[in-house]
Ligand binder design. Structure first.
Ligand code: MN
Length: 245
């Protein structure tokens, strides 16, 4: 199976190398990743300028860097390497949980795969101030990939590893709290500026991705591309009749 690897931390991220070392035991690996960090770029694509793809040495892997976004990398990777089976994105240095999925470039790379009729798996882990211990995570990454890769019905899965996992858990996206916040401050000249940051979420609903990771479980959330609110659509059709189609 051809496994296209990407991320949003950039082609030289230790998380990508850690993922490649596990993936190479399960399939044929090629890396196509951004040349610089693209975290929190979401599902942006580059359409106002051309992209370049350049071979770049990452250990023994067939690796390439692109001057674009994670979604750009997957679009190019799938175009230039025939018969990609699954796109693996990560391992991100930082979690992608709950509403944070909207901002995630890591998840966007996996979503781009799903848009192109391939399968995508996004993998993330918290940093907690230091570098993640990828040696400790390695058997858990292996277990997750061995479990997910054969399951062709799972087209898009968001996986989050706690720092020191105790088990695996199927989860749903935590929706009760958005953790984004604006942090005001001042620059050295005294001028106001603002950081877009996150806050800790303590209200955890059971069986959600946040809950699982907080309790030491590897969270695996199957996702879909359909954003339509089916219940709201039915209600709107019933209560607000529009022009007959
Ligand atoms: Mn990132």
């Amino acid at each position: 199976m051809r496994l296209l690897l990407s991320n949003d931390d950039g082609v030289y991220s230790p998380g990508l190398a850690a993922l490649a070392s596990v993936a190479a035991e399960l399939g044929e690996v090629r890396i196509v990743a951004p040349d610089v960090e693209q975290s929190s770029m979401g599902h942006a694509i580059t359409h106002s300028r051309p992209l370049t793809i350049k071979r770049t040495p990452i250990g023994e892997y067939d690796a390439h860097r692109v001057n674009g976004t994670p979604a750009d990398c997957v679009a190019l990777g799938v175009e230039l390497w025939k018969d990609v089976g699954v796109v693996l994105s990560g391992i991100n240095l930082g979690p992608n949980l709950g509403h944070g999925m909207w901002h995630s470039g890591t998840l966007a790379a996996a979503k781009q795969a799903a848009l192109l009729g391939r399968r995508g798996i996004a993998l993330s882990t918290p940093t907690g101030g230091g570098e993640p211990d990828f040696v400790r995570l390695r058997p858990w990454v292996g277990r997750v990939l061995a479990l997910l890769l054969p399951r062709t019905e799972l087209t898009l899965v968001n996986v989050n590893f706690p720092a020191d996992p105790v088990g695996l858990c199927w989860t749903r996206q935590a929706l009760n709290t958005y953790d984004g916040r604006v942090v005001p401050g001042h620059d050295p000249m005294g001028r106001p500026h603002y950081w877009l940051s996150v806050r800790r979420v303590d209200a955890l609903e059971e069986e959600t991705d946040r809950w699982a990771v907080r309790h030491g479980y590897v969270s695996m959330t199957p996702l879909r591309l359909d954003l339509t609110d089916g219940a709201a659509l039915q209600q709107a059709k019933a209560q607000i009749p529009l022009d007959p189609a």
